[in-house]
Design a binder for this molecule. Structure first.
Ligand code: 7RM
Length: 630
C-alpha cells in the first residue's frame, strides 16, 4: 500500500516507465491457479486490450477462499435493512463463502454453465451479493439490472445478451413503499424467450405468483444443494460481467468487464484510495446495480478482505438522518456517496446530522458527478468535522475502477478537484483539433483522454465492438476518450468539468453547462441547478437555468437577478442565463445524474419525444417542470 506522498510519486513514475513490471508486482499478491504468460497486449486502434494473458484464476477464490484461513470469522458484509427496527445481518467471510458455494450449486443444478449470461434484478440484500458471486464462481456472466428499472428496460437488457436465467426477489422495501419486483419481471418475461429459469428470493411473506416449470423459489432450490463447490477455472480475459450503461442514443451499451484485470484494478484502487486498515467499516451507499456498487461494494472490498456495508433503504427513511444514524450504529470509518445525496442531505435541517455521533468516520468519498464547492464544504465541515480527507473519485462504468482521485490523507484534496491520476493511469487533455495539451508547467482545459490501458478497463460493448470503437476510440485515434471535459492546473491536478456533450455554444463561445451550474450553486440559497442551451435567433443558443432552492426560501425576481449576477461575475456576462426557472426537482437518472437531454425536450415543448422515462428516478417531475416553463 502507498503510505506517503513520496511513495505515490515513486509508484506513479514506475507505472509509467515500466507499466508491466508495476502491474506484475501487484497482480502477484493475488491467488492465481496459473501465472500469466504475458502481462499486457494492447492496441487502441483496434481497439484490443488483454491483461495477464494465460493467467488462470477464479475471482471468488480471491474474494472469499483466500481470506478463510486468516480471517474467516471477520465480517465480510454488514447488511442494514430498510426498516431500522429489523435486525442488521453480519455475515462473516466463512459464512459468505458457504452461501456462495451453495447457491453456485443451485445455478449449476439449473443448467447454468461457464459463459452463460444470468440477469439479476434484486434489491440491496445480501442475496444479491451471493447471486453475483455465485455466478462468478461457476464462470457465468452476471448482468445486474438496477431493481428500479421498468419491465421494458429489463427485457431490453435480457434480450441484448440473451440471458438464460433471471434471479429476482418477490418484493422490495423502499422507505414506506413495497414494490412487487416479481410482477415487474413477469411483464418483462412476456418478451424474453431466452430465459429458461427464474429464481425468486422471498424478501417478504406476501404470496407470489409463480409460473410452473419456469419459476423456482430460492430457498427450495437451496435445500437440494450441497455446500461444496469447486470454482470454475477462468482465464484472466474471460468475461466476468456485463453492465448496461445508457448511451446518448438511448440504446443501452452492455459494457463487458473481464476477470483478472478487473480484480487487480478494483482491489488496488480500493485499498489505496481509501487507505483501508484492518478493522475498518467501509460503507458505499451506491446500489449494486451501478458500477460503483460492483467495484466498491463487492469486488474491490471483498478482494481486499475488508468489511463492507450494504444498505437496503433510502436516505430519507424514517427521516433524513438515516445515513448518519447508520454511521453511528455501525461505527462506519469510510463513507462513500454521491454529490446528489450530499446536496439533498445538506438541504435538511442540520439537527439530522447533529443528533448522531460521527466520530468513527475517518475518510469521506464522493463519486458520480463533479462535487461543487459548497457541497464539498458542507460535507467536510458537518460530516467530516474538518478531520476526514475527502476523496473525490473520478471514474466511469467503462473504466471499471477509480482513475483520478486523491489518496486519503496522502495526496492533497482540494474542493472541485479530483486531483491526481492513480498509479497506472495516464490521462491527458486534448483540444478541439485533437492536439494534446501537454505543456509541462501550464494549465490546460479541454477533453479528458487516456493514453495507455489500465487493467480494469471495459474490453468491449457486448455484441457491438464497432460501437465500442466508435464511442471511445475514434475521437482521438490511439487514445481512450472519456466524453468528459477537464481542466488541469499547472501542478498537474485535474478538475472534471462535466460531459462535453453538455457544452452549449452561445454567440460562438463554448460554455460548459457544468461551469455555469457551479457558479449558480455558489449562491447560498441554491441547492442545485441544471443549465441547458435553447435555440436563440441572435446568439445561436441561449442558456436556460433550472434552479432548486432551499426549502425555506421563497422564489423571487430579485433572487433570479442575483443568480444571473453571480454567473456574470464568476464567469462573465456571456454566460448569464437568459431564463431562470425555480423548480422542485430535476430529472435524474437513478444514480443521480441530471438528464439535461430531458430538460431540453421540456423547454422546446417536445415532451412527446422524450422517450423511455422509466429509468428516471423521478419521472413525475417532468410535468411539474413543464408547467413552469417560461
Ligand atoms: C462511477 C460512475 C461516469 C460519469 C463520468 C463523469 C461523472 C463520475 C465523477 C464525475 C466529476 C467525479 N460511473 N463522474 N465521477 N464527474 N467528478 N468524481 O459514476 O458510468 O455512471 O458515470 O460520471 O461525467 O464520465 S458512470
Amino acid at each position: 500500500m502507498i503510505n506517503t506522498f513520496a511513495d505515490y510519486k515513486k509508484a506513479y513514475r514506475r507505472s509509467v516507465e515500466e507499466p508491466e513490471a508495476f502491474w506484475d508486482e501487484i497482480a502477484e499478491t493475488f491467488t492465481w491457479r496459473k501465472k500469466w504468460d504475458k502481462t499486457l497486449e494492447w492496441d487502441f486502434h483496434e481497439p484490443q486490450v488483454k491483461w495477464f494473458q494465460g493467467g488462470k484464476l477464479n475471482i471468488t477464490e480471491n474474494c472469499l477462499d483466500r481470506h478463510l484461513e486468516k480471517q474467516g470469522n471477520k465480517t465480510a458484509i454488514i447488511w442494514e435493512p430498510n426498516d431500522p427496527d429489523e435486525e442488521s445481518r453480519h455475515i462473516t467471510y466463512r459464512q459468505l463463502f458457504v452461501k456462495v458455494c451453495r447457491f453456485a450449486n443451485v445455478l449449476r443444478q439449473n443448467g447454468i454453465k461457464k459463459g452463460d449470461r444470468v440477469c439479476i434484478y434484486m434489491p440491496m440484500i445480501p442475496e444479491l451479493a451471493i447471486a453475483m458471486l455465485a455466478c462468478a464462481r461457476i464462470g457465468a456472466v452476471h448482468s445486474i439490472v438496477f431493481a428500479g428499472f421498468s419491465s421494458q428496460a429489463i427485457a431490453k437488457r435480457i434480450n441484448d445478451s440473451q440471458c438464460k436465467m433471471l434471479i429476482t426477489a418477490n418484493e422490495v422495501y423502499r422507505g414506506t413503499k413495497r414494490v412487487n419486483l416479481k410482477a415487474i419481471c413477469d411483464e418483462a418475461l412476456k418478451d424474453t424467450p431466452s430465459i429458461e429459469t427464474v429464481l425468486v428470493y422471498r424478501r417478504t411473506v406476501e404470496p407470489t405468483e409463480m409460473q410452473e416449470g419456469r419459476d423456482k423459489f430460492w430457498f427450495e432450490e437451496l435445500q437440494k444443494a450441497t455446500d461444496d463447490c469447486q470454482a470454475e477455472e477462468m482465464d484472466a480475459e474471460d468475461m466476468l460481467f456485463i453492465l448496461y450503461t445508457s448511451g446518448s442514443t438511448g440504446t443501452p451499451k452492455g459494457m463487458v468487464h473481464t476477470t483478472g484485470g478487473y480484480m487487480v484494478g478494483t482491489a488496488y484502487t480500493f485499498e489505496n484510495v481509501f487507505q483501508i486498515e484492518k478493522d475498518d467499516v467501509y460503507w458505499c451507499t451506491a446500489d449494486i446495480g451501478w458500477i460503483t456498487g460492483h467495484s466498491y461494494i463487492i469486488y474491490g472490498p471483498l478482494a481486499a478482505g475488508a468489511t463492507t456495508v450494504m444498505f437496503e433503504g433510502i436516505p430519507s427513511y424514517p427521516d433524513y438522518g438515516r445515513f448518519w444514524e447508520i454511521c453511528e450504529k455501525l461505527k462506519v470509518t469510510h463513507f462513500y456517496t454521491a454529490p446528489t445525496a450530499i446536496r439533498a442531505l445538506a438541504r435538511q435541517p442540520i439537527e439530522f446530522v447533529e443528533k448522531h455521533d460521527l466520530s468513527s468516520l475517518k475518510v469521506l468519498g464522493s463519486v458520480g458527478e463533479p462535487i461543487n464547492e459548497e457541497a464539498w464544504h458542507w460535507y467536510n465541515d458537518n460530516i467530516g468535522k474538518g478531520n476526514c480527507p475527502i476523496v473525490d473519485t473520478w471514474w466511469q462504468t467503462e473504466t471499471g475502477a477509480i482513475m483520478i482521485s486523491p489518496l486519503a490523507g496522502i495526496t492533497s484534496a482540494r474542493p472541485t478537484f479530483a486531483s491526481l491520476p492513480l498509479p497506472g493511469v495516464q490521462p491527458t487533455i486534448m483540444d478541439d483539433q485533437g492536439r494534446e495539451l501537454n505543456g509541462r508547467r501550464e494549465s490546460a482545459e479541454g477533453r479528458l483522454a487516456f493514453k495507455f490501458p489500465w487493467p480494469a478497463m471495459a474490453r468491449t460493448i457486448y455484441n457491438n465492438h464497432e460501437r465500442y470503437k466508435d464511442v471511445y476510440f475514434s475521437t482521438f485515434p490511439g487514445m481512450y476518450f472519456s466524453g468528459d471535459g477537464a481542466y488541469r492546473d499547472a501542478t498537474g491536478n485535474y478538475r472534471i468539468t462535466g460531459r462535453v456533450d453538455d457544452v452549449v455554444i452561445v454567440s460562438g463561445h463554448n460554455l460548459g453547462t457544468a461551469t455555469v451550474e457551479n457558479a449558480i450553486n455558489e449562491h447560498e440559497k441554491v441547492v442545485e441547478s441544471a443549465v441547458v442551451g435553447v435555440p436563440h435567433d441572435v446568439k445561436g443558443n441561449a442558456l436556460y437555468a433550472f434552479v432548486i432552492l432551499y426549502d425555506h426560501v421563497e422564489p423571487s425576481e430579485a433572487l433570479e437577478k442575483e443568480i444571473r449576477e453571480i454567473v456574470s461575475t464568476t464567469i462573465g456576462p456571456i454566460a448569464k442565463p437568459d431564463k431562470v426557472q425555480f423548480v422542485n426537482g430535476l430529472p435524474k437518472t437513478r444514480s443521480g445524474k441530471i438528464m439535461r437531454r430531458i430538460l431540453r425536450k421540456i423547454i422546446t415543448n417536445d415532451i412527446e419525444n422524450i422517450g423511455d422515462t422509466s429509468t428516471l428516478l423521478n419521472p413525475e417531475i417532468i410535468e411539474d417542470i413543464a408547467q413552469g416553463v417560461k
